[in-house]
Ligand binder design. Structure first.
Ligand code: AMP
Length: 401
């Protein structure tokens, strides 16, 4: 019997959703609602994507808030199916779980209050997440709602990895520490890599590179995360589309003294840095590649900075793990940009990362090995599937009750 689970990922101006049958793990529907709160919003709803039964609906109209967005989503389900009445549970992607939420939980009033309390740690992410949860609970009041945290997979980090070397009392007062993000993806991909290789997860040291518009890397020993690059917020670590990753913490005070406000610094770091910052606005790797082709020096440098940072992190995680069995690339850039994988692995070849150029060039949606047969480290591309992982997590929590 089918067990449809609705997965919701609510941002400040967008909502992504999927219905996955937790039994067959088939995607029954996907949707994207954009430009919530702007003069004209859009909704795209697709039933049975990628099959001969595929049907879509596109809508354009003002969508003032998350409640209206979910009302339109409900209407789209009523128009095209599948029936929302069949949905057994709703899983909500929740960015920041802080120290309180170390695993997936069933949502009740105290959980919502807990998320509110955590909003200062994730002002861009948790408030729209809460708005989405409340709207969804009002829309589907008779099914369990579950929160799946981006931070949960990294709750296993040892204290020496998550502690910032700052005043301990200040850190304790505000919960200032490394939390890590993209955990659902790192968790899914590391398990999938082991399964694809037919190896026991417990036996593998893995480094997972989640390279999308946001980017993070993790060191995973026997399925347990021991280090990751994102920190208190999703700004730390690797170079990203619009975020810088690591910068000197002194930068903030310097810019504040030069006259920038906190909000201007925050916007600069979240939206106008990374690849976009270095190139004057190009955050997408496809556009970056085209710029490099055309001889653009800023784009070439941005690419170099991106690779340099990634190689530095992989080298550091190799040392922390004391040896690595598998290096995995995932997310938009990791899955598609063969040149990035090649540039990184060429630099790491002396350390045993031997990429197979032919295998690396293959385009596929399947998990695959791209290293040479004799490579000391197995290099893989494993497409991420955060929604599927969320569906599994949701069902696992329901089964506990
Ligand atoms: P994600 O956040 O995982 O959806 O990844 C989005 C990013 O992946 C985009 O901003 C691009 O930089 C990158 N990307 C997507 N498709 C391709 C492609 N075919 N080649 C290179 N980069 C890609």
């Amino acid at each position: 019997m089918a067990t449809p689970i609705l997965l919701l990922n609510c941002g400040s101006s967008s909502i992504k959703y999927q219905v996955i049958d937790a039994e067959s793990e088939a995607v029954m529907a996907t949707g994207l609602i954009q430009k919530i709160g702007l003069p004209s919003g859009t909704l795209d709803h697709t039933v049975a994507p990628g099959t001969t039964e595929e049907r879509t609906e596109h809508l354009e109209q003002p969508i003032p808030d998350h409640a209206e967005a979910l009302r339109l989503m409900t209407q789209a389900f009523a128009d095209l199916g599948p029936s929302l009445a069949e949905v057994k549970a709703v899983g909500h992607r929740t960015v920041h779980g802080g120290e309180r939420f170390r695993r997936t939980v069933r949502i009740d009033d105290s959980v919502i209050q807990g998320l509110r309390d955590l909003s200062p740690l994730a002002p861009l992410h948790n408030p729209p997440g809460i708005a989405g949860i409340e709207a969804a609970m009002a829309t589907l009041p008779n099914v369990p709602h579950v929160a799946i945290f981006d931070t949960a997979f990294f709750s296993t980090l040892p204290a020496e990895a998550y502690t910032y070397a700052i005043d301990a009392e200040l850190a304790a007062t505000y919960g200032i520490r490394k939390y890590g993000f993209h955990g659902t993806s790192h968790s899914y991909v590391s398990k999938k890599a082991a399964a694809t290789l037919g190896r026991d997860l417990d036996d593998l040291n893995q480094i997972v590179c989640h390279l999308g518009n946001g980017a993070s890397i993790s060191a995973i020993r026997g399925g347990v995360a021991i280090e990751t690059s994102m920190g208190l917020t999703p700004l730390q670590g690797l170079v990203m589309g619009t975020r810088p990753g690591d910068v000197d913490p002194g930068l903030h005070a310097f810019l504040a003294r030069e006259g920038m406000t906190i909000d201007e610094i925050d916007t600069m770091l979240n939206k106008k840095s990374g690849l976009a910052g270095m190139t004057g606005g190009t955050s997408d790797f496809r556009d970056l590649d085209a710029l490099i082709e055309s001889g653009d020096q800023a784009a070439r440098l941005a690419y170099g900075v991106y690779i340099h940072r990634l190689v530095s992190y992989i080298g550091s995680y190799l040392a922390l793990l004391g040896g690595v069995d598998v290096l995995v690339f995932t997310a938009g850039v990791g899955e598609n940009a063969a040149n990035v994988r090649e540039s990184v692995c060429d630099r790491l070849a002396p350390l045993g990362f031997l990429i197979d150029d032919e295998a690396n060039a293959v385009r596929s949606k399947q998990p695959r090995v791209i290293s040479q047969p004799g490579s000391p480290v197995t290099i893989m591309v494993v497409p991420t599937n955060e929604e599927l992982m969320m569906a599994r997590e949701t069902v696992a929590v329901l089964d506990e009750v």
